[in-house]
Design a protein around this ligand. Structure first.
Ligand code: OAD
Length: 255
């Protein structure tokens, strides 16, 4: 196992902080067996073209292909389990006076781990287990199974699509503005398992840093965010986060 060294200055800062915000990306779910998007060998976008699968145009062109790709991803996610990185963030939410978890992930693993009890999880890119009507843009929960792929909206007969944000689409407005507010107010902003390349999520660490927050990055690789970070913890979230939470609070609890 890789050795984990958490700087003492970070532990002290974490213990006395009133407001911590966290931004997660696909890397936090990598140890649950869910492929990331951009990593050379395993990333989803190394095997598939985003414009063929994750755009409204792609869905209009070939709704069946897109629906089936999401069905494959949903099945993968349903079989996956949260990992120690997700669980460590559940503990952090319990310990910090004010806490905001912002995620770009659509896999719902933060919720399954138990996050979102004291403060809502901000899902910037939607949730793959939810659906909506492509025509009316309204949530759809049930429909008649008659073998049609994708199924059709019981209200208007339009196609049903996953409730995720595709390239070229706007993020949910309220969720995004809450994410900016958290970034402006927090004292520590963690950036975990994201390549920091997709706007507007990628601008949140800059907002936080501009308002004086200490940026902490957890990632085995360097990213554009690394130069903003006061602390860069190089390694896997599933190893570093539990070590961090243990040192910051569990040691105190057992003293
Ligand atoms: P990426 O695939 O772009 O980046 C994943 C990051 O996780 C990389 O920087 C890896 O180095 C890092 N990583 C891998 N394993 C890790 C581990 N065990 N612990 C910590 N970090 C690890 O994924 P995102 O940044 O999440 O958008 O991608 C952002 C958005 O692009 C996604 O939400 C998705 C995609 O297109 C939409 O679908 C709208």
């Amino acid at each position: 196992m890789e050795p984990v060294e958490i700087p003492e200055a970070l532990i002290e800062l974490l213990r006395k902080s009133e407001y911590v915000a966290v931004l997660t990306g696909a890397g936090i779910s990598a140890e649950s067996g869910i492929p990331t998007f951009r990593e050379a060998q395993t990333g989803l976008w190394s095997k598939f073209q985003p414009e063929e699968l994750a755009t409204p145009e792609a869905f209009s062109r070939n709704p069946r292909l897109v629906w089936e790709w999401y069905t494959w991803r949903r099945e993968l996610i349903a079989k996956a389990e949260p990992n120690p990185g997700h669980y460590a963030l559940v503990e952090m939410e319990k310990k910090v006076p004010y806490f905001t978890l912002i995620t770009q992930n659509v896999d719902g693993l933060h919720r399954r781990a138990g996050s979102g009890v004291r403060f809502p999880i901000l899902e910037l890119h939607g949730n793959i287990q939810r659906n909506k009507c492509f025509t009316e843009n309204r949530p759809v929960e049930t429909w008649e199974e008659n073998g049609e792929i994708p199924p059709r909206c019981p209200n208007c007969g339009g196609l049903i699509r996953p409730d995720v944000v595709w390239f070229g689409e706007a993020l949910p407005e309220e969720t995004l503005s809450s994410a900016y507010e958290a970034s402006r107010r927090c004292e520590i902003f963690f950036v975990i398992g994201t390549s920091g390349l997709v706007h507007p999520a990628s601008s949140l660490p800059y907002t936080a840093a501009g308002c004086g927050a200490v940026i902490v990055e957890i990632n085995p690789a360097a990213t554009p965010v690394s130069k903003l970070a006061r602390f860069t913890l190089e390694g896997h979230a599933g190893i570093i986060l539990p070590a961090l939470v243990d040192e910051a609070w569990m040691n105190i609890d057992s003293e």
